[in-house]
Each structure stands twice: as C-alpha cells, then as structure tokens.
Design a binder for this molecule. Sequence first.
Ligand code: SME
Length: 156
Amino acid sequence: MTVTKKEGRYKRILTQLENLLKDKPNAIARMATITAVLHHKIDYFFWTGFYLLDKGELIVGPYQGSLACIKLKKNTGVCWAGINQGKTIIVPDVHQFPGHIACDSRSNSEIVVPLKEKTGKIIGVLDVDSKEQSSFDEIDALWLEKILGTMLNVEC
Ligand code: SME
C-alpha cells in the first residue's frame, strides 16, 4: 500500500471513529468499536485488540481475530515491552523478538501502542498482528497513536 493510500485510509477511519464514539463514554464499547473498525478496514490486520493492566497483570480486552492468550506472562513479549518502555513498539519479524508470545503461529509482524489515561498513566496496549513480515511502519504508529487519543476523554 502506498504512503498516500495508507494515510488516507487512517484519516477516514479516525473521522469515522470520532463520529461513532462521540457521546459514548463507555470504555469497553469504545475499545470494541475501535478494534472492529480497524480490523475490518485494514486488510493486513490479522489480529487487532487490547491488553489491559489488571492488578499488575496484562489481560486480554476487546479484540477481533482468532482466539487470543487471555493473560500474558509478566514482563515477557511485545505487549509488556510496550508497557515497560512506555512507547510504540514495531516488530518487523516476531520470530526475532526475544520472548515474543505467539498466541497464533500465523502472526509474523506486530505493532504495540500504549493506551494512556488523560493523566499519561499507561493502562494497557493496543496490539495488532499481521500474517506478513514488516507490515507496520511509522505511519501505522502515528495514526494508531492518534486513534488511541480518542480514548482519552473517558475513564477506562
Ligand atoms: N504477541 C504478543 C501477545 C499477544 S498476541 O499477539 C495476540 C506479545 O508478544 O506480547
């Protein structure tokens, strides 16, 4: 996909989500809607979902795609790296990422974006997997961060 086409698609998704989520404060409904729109609008999104911190554990939240791991082993894998480093992690080849947790062996690349409260506190991550290698780049990172910004006006 060209840069222009990818940016155009994300721009339209963000506008759609802003309209859908206006005056919809429920955090679970917002997360479910974000995963459904992203998963069905971007063809290389093979698994799209949230992992949320719950009493120090990272537990699966709303998602689209094949059956996922419910709890991720602490401080292991890409999602925990996103939480611990507090930044977006792009993994071109999951097989090269130390400790990567394979919930579905068909995944080959991955992006993890921290989900933050208004205060800046990290409360979870958005995780997206692709069946292809090197699917995610800085454009995905930028727009997924913007999309998660739509969560910030509600309590999670
Ligand atoms: N691969 C992730 C685990 C979650 S699945 O991709 C749905 C990780 O290493 O944290």
